[in-house]
Design a protein around this ligand. Structure first.
Ligand SMILES: Cc1ncc(COP(=O)(O)O)c(C=O)c1O
Length: 393
C-alpha cells in the first residue's frame, strides 16, 4: 500500500501545541508552524484502528503492561536495530523526558555533576538544573559541515567526577547519526571514569538518506552494563500525545534503581491503556509505513538543503543524517540573534525553534521541522528566500 504523506491534515482546533499553542510562543497564530517536534502527517491507520477497537470495550480501568507490550518492543529493536534484548530489561515511562528525570533522581544527589553536549535538546538542561544537579557542558565541535564529539574536552569534564552523561543519539538538533567508533570511544571513556551513559534514542528510527542507527548499549557487554537506553514510538509514528516510552536496561542493579524511582518514588509506572495499545500496533505493524515515511523525509531534507545551497547561500546547513529537524546557521546574515528571531516571525511568518534554547552553540541558529507535506516545506523555503536572500553573498 502506498501511503499519502502529501495530504494536508487540518490540525487547528485539536488543542495541538504546534498550531493551537503557537500564539503563546510567537505572539500570533498566523505563522507557518515548523517548530514542535511532531509530524503533520496522519498517525497511521493501523494505530488509529487499534485505538478505536479498544474503545469498543466500555471500561477504561487500571491495566497491566503485558508481555505482548514488551515483546513488541524487543522484536522492534531486533528487527530495526539488530539489538537483542530480554523482555525483562524493559521499563515503562510516560515519556522520555520523565524517564531522564527519573534516572537523574535514581543515580545522583543534589549538586552532583551531569554532562550534556550542547547544542542539545533543551529539556536535558531542565531535568538536571530543576532537580538541583549541576550541568557540565561538553560542547560539540564543528569540523566543516560535521558536528563531532570533543573527546579532549570530555576527558577533562569526566575528570571532574560527573555521575551521568546524557547523550542524544541520534543528535537533536544537529542531526548527526553517531557512528559506532564515535559512540565506542565516548562510552569507553565514560566507563573508565565511572560515568553512566544515558542514551536518549527517541529519534533512532528516523534515519535520513539510508543511514544506520547504532544502539549505544549494543557496542559491547561492558558498554551495555554502563548504559541506560530511552526509546519510544512517539516520534516515529506521530503518537507523542499518547505519552508512552520505554527504558531499556540490561544491568539489573541499575534497572532496580530506576524502577524504584518510577514505582515507589514518583509512581509514574502505570501509563494509559491507549499508549500501550498504540505502541503494540505501531511496533507490530509499522515497518512498511516507516520505510515510506523515511523516503519522504529524506526527500524533504535533501530538497530543503538543495534549495538553501542554491538560493540562500547566506544560510548554512550541516551534514544531516537523522531526524526530521533541520539545523540552520543564519550567522552570515550579519544580524543579531534578536533581529533574526524577529524577522523570522514578523517578516517571514515562520515559527521555527530558536537555536538559543539548545544552549551553547545555538545562537543565530534555528531548527526547522520538515515532517510535513512537501508543499508546506516549499512554502517555508519561499518565505525564507523572500526575507533573507538580500543577505546572500
Ligand atoms: C532528544 C529528545 N528526547 C526526548 C524528547 C521528548 O520525549 P517525550 O515527549 O517522550 O518526553 C524529544 C522531543 O522532541 C527529543 O527530541
Amino acid at each position: 500500500m502506498k501511503y499519502n504523506f502529501d495530504e494536508i491534515v487540518e490540525r487547528r482546533g485539536t488543542d495541538c501545541l504546534k498550531y493551537d499553542g503557537m500564539a503563546k510562543f510567537y505572539g500570533s497564530d498566523d505563522n507557518l508552524p515548523m517548530w514542535v517536534a511532531d509530524m503533520d502527517f496522519r498517525t497511521p491507520d493501523f494505530i488509529l484502528d487499534a485505538l478505536k477497537k479498544r474503545l469498543e470495550h466500555p471500561v477504561l480501568g487500571y491495566f497491566n503492561h503485558t508481555e505482548r507490550f514488551r515483546q513488541a518492543i524487543s522484536s522492534w529493536v531486533l528487527r530495526r536495530h539488530n539489538w537483542r534484548i530480554d523482555n525483562d530489561w524493559i521499563l515503562f515511562s510516560p515519556g522520555v523526558v520523565p524517564a531522564l528525570a527519573a534516572i537523574v533522581l535514581a543515580f545522583t544527589e543534589p549538586h552532583d555533576k551531569i554532562i550534556v553536549q550542547p547544542p542539545v535538546y533543551h529539556p536535558f538542561f531542565y531535568v538536571i538544573e530543576n532537580q538541583n544537579r549541576k550541568i557540565i557542558e561538553n560542547p560539540l565541535k564543528l569540523d566543516g559541515e560535521n558536528y563531532l564529539f570533543d573527546f579532549e574536552d570530555l576527558e577533562m569534564k569526566l575528570k571532574e567526577g560527573a555521575k551521568l552523561l546524557i547523550l542524544s543519539n541520534p543528535h537533536n538538533p544537529v542531526g548527526r547519526c553517531w557512528k559506532p567508533e564515535e559512540l565506542r570511544k565516548l562510552s569507553e571513556m565514560c566507563l573508565a571514569y565511572n560515568c553512566i551513559v544515558v542514551s536518549d534514542e527517541i529519534h533512532s528510527d528516523l534515519m535520513i538518506n539510508g543511514n544506520r542507527h547504532t544502539v549505544t548499549a549494543n557496542l559491547s557487554p561492558e558498554i551495555a552494563c554502563n548504559t541506560i537506553t530511552c526509546m519510544a514510538p512517539s516520534k516515529t509514528f506521530n503518537m507523542a500525545g499518547l505519552s508512552t516510552s520505554e527504558i531499556i536496561v540490561s544491568n539489573e542493579g541499575y534497572r532496580e534503581k530506576i524502577n524504584h524511582v518510577l514505582t515507589d518514588g514518583i509512581h509514574i509506572h502505570c501509563g494509559n491503556i491507549f499508549g500501550d495499545v498504540g505502541l503494540i500496533a505501531a511496533y507490530e505493524n509499522g515497518d512498511e509505513w516507516l520505510a515510506q515515511l523515511l523516503d519522504y523525509l529524506t526527500e524533504n531534507v535533501n530538497y530543503a538543503k538543495r534549495f538553501i545551497k542554491e538560493k540562500l547561500p547566506v544560510l548554512k546547513t550541516f551534514n544531516h543524517e537523522a531526524t526530521y529537524l533541520l539545523w540552520v546557521d543564519f550567522s552570515d546574515c550579519g544580524l543579531t540573534h534578536a533581529e533574526l528571531a524577529k524577522k523570522l516571525v514578523c517578516e517571514a511568518h515562520l515559527a521555527l525553534n530558536d537555536g538559543s534554547i539548545f544552549g551553547r552553540g545555538g545562537a543565530k541558529h534555528f531548527r526547522i521541522n520538515l515532517a510535513c507535506p512537501k508543499s508546506t516545506v516549499t512554502e517555508a523555503l519561499i518565505r525564507l528566500e523572500k526575507t533573507f536572500s538580500k543577505y546572500n553573498p
